[in-house]
Design a protein around this ligand. Structure first.
Ligand code: GLN
Length: 531
């Protein structure tokens, strides 16, 4: 049986529970332990798949096709291990399961209630990965802030688990804020005390308190927090605002958080380790030798979380190339025929983002035409690839009314069309082509050069595809399909061999780029922009 760490948050949201969990997970992993992280989200949606990016940020897709919270992206990028359907559970999923059981008659005439039925289902889900015997330690992040009505059943489930799990397998970490009052020139511990008190009023005593702070806490304040919150002196951890999220593992290592956790779990023989590869990445990230600017053209550019895996992939690829990658976010609705040069002329490379729907489409087409005609490195993902296909169909093949049937159902030339198996689907949630599929790459292509392999697997999230009826026409005019799914013949990669660097992929490579294994497509794109 695995050991369990629960991470709760107090005082405010956005303190970085996900990064804390990922960083602690990383430290424990480097010490040779097998670690995974799961997130429990208190909202009622079954998953974030149907939520607008403005509402929820990016929807992160796992290998097995779960549409999940973006924190799972941090877990994968930090730990370099895959998560799955089981790693993200919402209130919606819990209730759906319980209600389905009730309809089947499984409760044998009983009244179905939050306690015990909902909390039992939460506990079952929490323990699921632990039963798989794949992991030594499972970190469970509880979304939201302690005191929220929605998260109460999750907190209650954690309380109950204290009595179910062996004492040495159970640990609660509470992340709080210690705000600095500029007028008083003082850090204030009261919100932390209140937040812990709130948690304790539900019967949960945290073992470790991690304090986000703008200024060093100092020993006196740590002592005060320990005494008022009933935790050991060494268990108040300072989490000073970090320059970047990649500093957090090193910062909490300095505070000995991993050692304290291991001590509390009773591990005796786990060696202290350094993080040489992580440090190498940090050095390259912080002290780049070159600099480029890439334009990210999309329609959710106002919100950084909407394309978080893409920005992170550029950080990984930048470090790999010892280059600072400035990503200039440009709203596709602001680009038109007349201003395209003025908007994009200064860029070293052009990236067109994934997305859904018609809004901003024209700007993307003008962008791609500009990149193609001016030999500027171009990289498009999912909708970005589909837009590249439409641009080529319109401007090179001169196909009248070329479009995607997503944007115009009855266009004359649907060069992007709905996948056959999608045509009978009525539900929106969880019904796209999701998760990992294999792709065969043709030799002597840019894609082959980049991957150095014929056989790859990448993750997907889409309903529309390249319409194979047009494949020959495209090839005859200089845009070729260099990657194809061997089972379904769906086009996965399109490229223009005569161009300096022009590639569009139907899948989402950003979901597989990690800090220690940057994605080859992003690395190659950055390299092309550099030359
Ligand atoms: N809207 C397009 C489709 O469903 C692209 C999706 C995406 O970019 N993730 O096929």
């Amino acid at each position: 049986m695995a050991k369990f760490i629960f991470v709760t948050g107090g005082v405010t949201s956005s303190l970085g529970k996900g990064i804390l969990a990922a960083s602690l997970g990383k430290l424990l992993q480097t010490r040779g332990l097998k670690v995974t992280i799961q997130k429990f989200d208190p909202y009622i949606n079954i998953d974030p798949g149907t939520m607008n990016p403005y509402e929820h940020g990016e929807c992160y897709v796992t290998e097995d096709g779960a549409e999940t919270d973006l924190d799972l992206g941090h877990y994968e990028r930090f730990l370099g291990v895959h998560t799955s359907q089981a790693n993200n559970v919402t209130t919606g999923k819990i209730y759906q399961e319980v209600i389905n059981r009730e309809r089947r008659g499984d409760y044998l005439g009983k009244t179905v209630q939050v306690i015990p039925h909902i909390t039992d289902e939460i506990k079952r889900r929490i323990l699921l990965l632990g039963n798989s015997e794949q992991y030594d330690i499972i970190l469970t992040e509880i979304g939201g802030t302690v005191g929220d009505i929605e998260s109460l059943p999750f907190i209650e489930a954690i309380r109950q688990l204290k009595w179910q799990l062996p004492k040495e397998d159970y640990l609660v970490i509470h992340l709080t804020l210690v705000p600095y009052l500029a007028s008083a020139k003082e850090l204030k511990t009261k919100p932390t005390q209140h937040s812990v008190k709130e948690l304790q009023s539900y019967g949960v005593n945290p073992h470790i308190i991690v304090c986000r702070t703008e200024h060093p806490l100092g020993n006196e304040r740590k002592k005060k927090i320990a005494e008022f919150c009933n935790v050991d002196y060494d268990s108040v951890i300072e989490a000073l605002d970090a320059e970047s999220i990649y500093d957090v593992p090193l910062n909490i290592k300095q505070e000995k958080l991993d050692q304290i956790v291991l001590n509390k779990f009773g591990y005796k023989d786990v060696q202290e380790t350094e993080l040489p590869e992580w440090n190498k990445f940090l050095q390259r990230h912080k002290y780049p030798k070159k600099e480029i600017t890439i334009g990210l053209i999309g329609k959710y550019v106002e919100l950084k979380d909407a394309y978080i895996s893409i920005y992170e992939s550029f950080v990984h690829a930048g470090a790999d190339n010892e280059c600072k990658v400035n990503v200039e976010r440009i709203h596709s609705e602001e680009i038109n025929k007349n201003n395209v040069k003025e908007k994009l002329g200064h860029l070293d490379g052009i990236f067109v983002a994934p997305g859904f729907g018609q809004r901003g489409m024209d700007g993307k087409i003008y962008t791609i035409q500009y990149a193609r005609e001016n030999n500027i490195p171009f990289f498009g993902i999912c909708l970005g690839m589909q837009m590249a296909v439409i641009e080529f169909a319109k401007n090179v093949l001169k196909l009248e009314d070329a479009n995607s049937s997503e944007m115009k159902q009855k266009c004359k030339n649907p060069v992007i069309d709905m996948m056959q198996e999608q045509k009978t689907i009525v539900n929106m949630g969880g019904t796209m082509r999701l998760g990992a599929y294999t792709c065969h790459i043709k030799e002597n292509t840019l894609a082959y050069n980049i991957y150095g392999s014929n056989h790859i697997s990448e993750r997907h999230r889409h309903r529309y595809e390249f319409n194979n009826r047009y494949l020959q026409d495209f090839a005859d005019h200089g845009m070729v399909a260099s990657g194809i799914n061997p089972d379904s013949s769906l086009v996965e990669i399109m490229e223009i061999p005569s161009h300096k660097f022009f590639i569009g992929v139907q899948y989402h490579p950003e979901l597989k780029s990690t800090i220690l294994k940057p994605h080859p497509l992003f690395c190659a794109f950055v390299k092309a922009c550099l030359s």
